[in-house]
Design a protein around this ligand. Sequence first.
Ligand code: PBG
Length: 327
Amino acid sequence: MAFPVQRLRRLRKTKSLRLLTQETRLVSSDFILPLFVADNLKKPEAIDSMPGVQRHSVDSLIREADLAHSLGVPAVVLFGIPRKKNVSASEAYQAEGIIQKTVRRLKKEIPSLVVITDVCACEYTSHGHCGILERGQVANDPTLGLLQKIALSHAQAGSDIVAPSDMMDGRVEAIRKILDKNKFQDTPILSYAAKFASVFYGPFRDAAGSTPSFGDRKSYQMNGANVREALREIKMDIEEGADLVMVKPALSALDIIARAREQFKLPIWTYQVSGEYSMIKAAAQKKWLDEEGAMVESLTAMKRAGADRILTYWAKEAARFLKKELA
Ligand code: PBG
């Protein structure tokens, strides 16, 4: 039985019918807001390559997190910019480090907000790579100890979820071990499991001052052409003890999200990264496309592909949009 008995346009006729038959619905609790906090700032500072996003002081970050939370955003992810960087990334694991200070304040002032901390060295190394260098290469196993120290210091500060984004082999197991040894057996690990070496991280690196001073990240982040390898990465991280996994970037990896959703039972999150945000922002500023429409369409596609939650710089705006849509 096909046309003319079947007419798919029947259910598209009015806004109400379209709403009634919509398969994928965004809600404000889908979104997690990434936030940058810099140790040397008294007031927030604009980021040229990410219009609308700021590098925060601790105080302004608290206000921003509070605003997002009041709009229904359940969680934030923190990225720190230290006062000084060095080859050993030692600022990343100090009890008085920028992330550790910010986490303590956030947990005290907004207890119901879930605080996730990015565990990586690239914002803290003078060379901008995500680990310890040996003979000009990012050395896997020596980096594991550093990641353990960072994750433990985050947990001690009160981080609700630690999120390693470095792509070293074995880091989930290493972090699970150190947390358990220190009685943080209940702190979950969100693993950036399938993280592709992507040009779409460009604006983030401006924001965090973490552009590698030589080479690129292709010896640790994944080749964007590989599906089976992405599924292996996810499987390994689950075996090592990840509680949640992430696929990143989002829009250029929707197939990976869909495949992971089919294959694995644990939560699959995705990250609409800086470049995905900034390219839409830039086009919208030129009036080449509608920002709100592009925001909703891209977020809907991620959820439709199977992402349970989405890290997005638009978390607040998207939550506001949904309120308006329902009103
Ligand atoms: C740290 C990290 C990066 C991002 C998240 N964690 C940068 C990178 O890997 O170069 C990118 C996020 C974004 O682009 O919004 N390793």
